[in-house]
Design a protein. Structure first.
Ligand SMILES: Nc1ncnc2c1ncn2[C@@H]1O[C@H](COP(=O)(O)OP(=O)(O)OP(=O)(O)O)[C@@H](O)[C@H]1O
Ligand SMILES: CC(=O)C(=O)O
Length: 623
């Protein structure tokens, strides 16, 4: 602990002292594969959360299917507190339920079922049930279930209890236990071979919910909650099509919420629509818990491989969830098979592994996290040793499928090529680090996709962008003020890394940045053409459209002016809080023109202050 304290900037040291003596702290930048931890009753209080984040949990996952809104709100507050007042950073992924998730009831004591027992699933809605009976969360289930169906129920210890439907009587589905086990309270259920897309619409459902059901496929109040709590990502359960993701994305955009959309792949229909779903989403979670009940479990490894490959091709982060350390819910050491499972995921170079019950309700949440951390580090080290033995520094990555949500023709292609060159250069020169300066996270995402050996330190002005980058393979994000002089920004970033002892004087680093230089302004004809392209015949354009028009011309104004004009999604409220808490002078303040609209003359004035964007790739030594 004492040696780690020295690597922490002085203003944050007091927060480190809050950690217990035996707490493990993950060194900045060491591990490339990220860890997402589901937070539940075992880990929700501030001290436990700090211990997890300091121990290497990169993102907190909250599952809205458990706990109430007030509980989730408090956990998010605790995470924000960590982001503001400690040297650690965690993003938040909020798991949004689906209308189609069907769950068992809540048990005072989990039923332990033996083969041949009778067990009844009911929609009677009584306050209490005798042993041998469980409520089912969906009324429509009674009409959907048929004699002979095989029902898979989530069990404690990671397995499944299998029930065979013998009889249906009034509001009860009477089953015989085929595979025994202990049922999990509020565990999910599936009927093998059937999609539980039951359209469980209730009689008095309001219009908004009906629209949400048809268009978004998820409860609108949960999305509203995610927006109001400013989480970094929402993870949509049981996604079936790209349309759902596009609808959620449009809703978030219309609310100016900078929230990424992760599609959970957990049904056969999602596998059929895999490419279009990956294309539409900001990331994908291979939700092995439910996927393994919806398809035969022996097919899950095949699909894990396929999905991770599609994600790489589309340049989208890939997460794998569930059962990595299920035995550690009850015991303090992992099984050898669990270690092998994590090894396979690291070899697939996915972005993140997700702990679920291990950290949410397990007995050994910190031990589970440190076990995963050390296994991931060990495998990564071995992969790097093998790569170093090979003389070939080129990176075999299939061509990127262009993401139209942030790809500007020309600019995007240059960014992709330069990121590739930076990764090859870093490997060839055995660089100690890659430093990326990024506004929206695109350059860091591209860098991450090449999976270079060196850690990627990404610097951005915006807290939300920083928090979102916690998900990317190999990327350690920092917030920094972008000065008008890029050299000053680079020097400040180098100092921040030196302070944390992740680089030292003389180390070679690769630097990737956009700077303003070269050509200034544009001809009247070019300006008019760019203006009319974005204004589509209107007299005025918005701040964001001003940015697009300048981009078409390959021009950009200074970061300070951009922020003042509201041309980029700086979360001013959060930025203000962060700067004041960290005792820095805020340099950016929301302009009165934020959200304003500009005519051609005003656009022309901005353009006269703009310069050409020059992508720079440098190899430098730390001074
Ligand atoms: N907020 C919470 N409160 C209480 N228990 C929780 C909470 N979050 C998770 N858990 C526990 O951890 C287990 C695993 O978490 P997970 O998020 O995977 O839920 P799940 O119900 O298994 O899956 P799904 O993602 O399909 O909803 C849950 O079954 C539950 O027992
Ligand atoms: C996390 C989750 O939803 C699953 O694995 O099914």
């Amino acid at each position: 602990m004492a040696s780690i304290l020295e690597t922490v900037p002085p203003q944050f040291r007091s927060s480190m002292l809050k950690l217990p003596e035996d707490a493990e702290v993950a060194y900045v930048g060491e591990r490339r594969t990220k860890i997402v931890g589901t937070v539940g009753p075992s880990t929700c209080d501030p001290d436990h959360l700090l211990r997890l984040v300091a121990g290497g949990m990169n993102l907190v996952r909250l599952n809205l299917c458990h706990g109430d809104y007030e509980w989730h709100r408090q956990v998010i507050r605790n995470v924000h507190d960590i982001n503001l007042n400690t040297p650690f950073v965690a993003g938040v992924i909020m798991d949004i339920g689906s209308f189609d998730t069907v769950r068992l009831g809540e048990f005072p004591r989990n039923p332990k079922l033996e083969t041949g027992d009778t067990f009844t699933l009911t929609v009677r809605h009584e306050a209490e049930y005798p042993p041998g009976v469980s409520e089912i969360s969906l009324d429509g289930f009674i009409d959907f279930a048929e004699v002979g169906d095989s029902i898979q129920c989530q069990a404690e210890g990671g397995g499944l209890v299998e029930l065979l439907v013998k009889r249906i009587k009034d509001l009860d589905v009477i089953c015989e236990v085929v595979s025994p086990g202990e049922l999990r309270s509020r565990g999910t259920i599936n009927i093998r071979g059937k999609s539980l897309n039951l359209n469980p619409k209730s009689e008095n459902e309001d219009l908004n919910t009906s629209i949400a059901r048809a268009v978004l496929g998820c409860p609108p109040d949960q999305l509203e909650f995610a927006i109001s709590e400013r989480v970094e990502y929402v993870a949509l359960s049981f996604v079936e099509s790209a349309d759902q993701i596009v609808a959620v994305r449009n809703l978030l955009r219309s609310r100016r919420a900078n929230i990424g959309v992760i599609a959970k792949i957990e049904s056969p229909i999602a596998l059929r629509n895999l490419e279009s779903i990956v294309d539409a989403a900001d990331g994908v979670m291979i939700a092995r818990g439910d996927l393994g009940t919806a398809i035969q479990y022996e097919k899950v490894p095949y699909w894990q491989q396929q999905i991770s490959e599609v994600c790489r091709r589309f340049g989208k982060p890939c997460l794998i969830s569930t059962h990595f350390l299920e035995s550690m819910v009850l015991y303090p050491t992992p099984t050898r098979a669990e270690v092998t499972d994590m090894t396979e995921a690291v070899k697939q170079r996915v972005d993140a592994l997700v702990l679920t019950a291990e950290t949410a309700s397990g007995k050994f949440p910190f031990k589970a996290l440190s076990t995963m951390n050390s296994v991931l580090l060990r495998i990564q080290q071995r992969i790097h040793e093998v790569e170093e033995e090979s003389e070939d520094p080129t990176l075999e990555i299939p061509p990127l499928v262009k993401d139209t949500t942030w790809w500007t023709p020309g600019v995007g292609d240059v960014a992709e090529n330069i990121a590739n060159s930076a990764a090859v250069l870093a490997n060839q020169q055995n660089a100690a680090a890659i430093m990326v300066f990024t506004q929206k996270g695109l350059m860091a995402t591209l860098m991450s996709r090449y999976r270079p050996r060196a850690p990627i330190y990404a610097f951005t002005a915006t807290p939300v962008v920083r928090n979102k980058m916690t998900l990317l393979y190999g990327v350690r994000p920092f917030r920094i003020r972008f000065e008008d002089d890029p050299e000053e920004t680079i020097q400040n970033a180098m100092n921040a890394l030196k302070e944390r002892q992740v680089v030292k004087d003389g180390d070679l680093v690769v630097i990737l940045a956009d700077v303003l230089g070269g050509r200034e302004g544009a001809s009247e004809t070019e300006l008019r053409s760019a203006f009319s392209e974005v204004s589509k015949g209107n007299r005025f354009i918005t701040a964001a459209e001003t940015r697009s028009a300048l981009r078409i011309l390959g021009l950009k104004v200074s970061d300070k002016l951009e922020a003042q004009l509201g041309m980029r999604e700086v979360d001013f409220a959060e930025l203000g809080r962060e700067t004041s808490i960290k005792n820095e002078e805020p340099t950016e303040s929301p302009s009165t023109e934020v959200g304003g609209r500009y005519d051609f003359e005003r656009f022309n004035e901005f353009a006269s202050q703009a310069k050409e964007i020059v992508h720079t790739l440098q190899l430098r030594s730390i001074k």
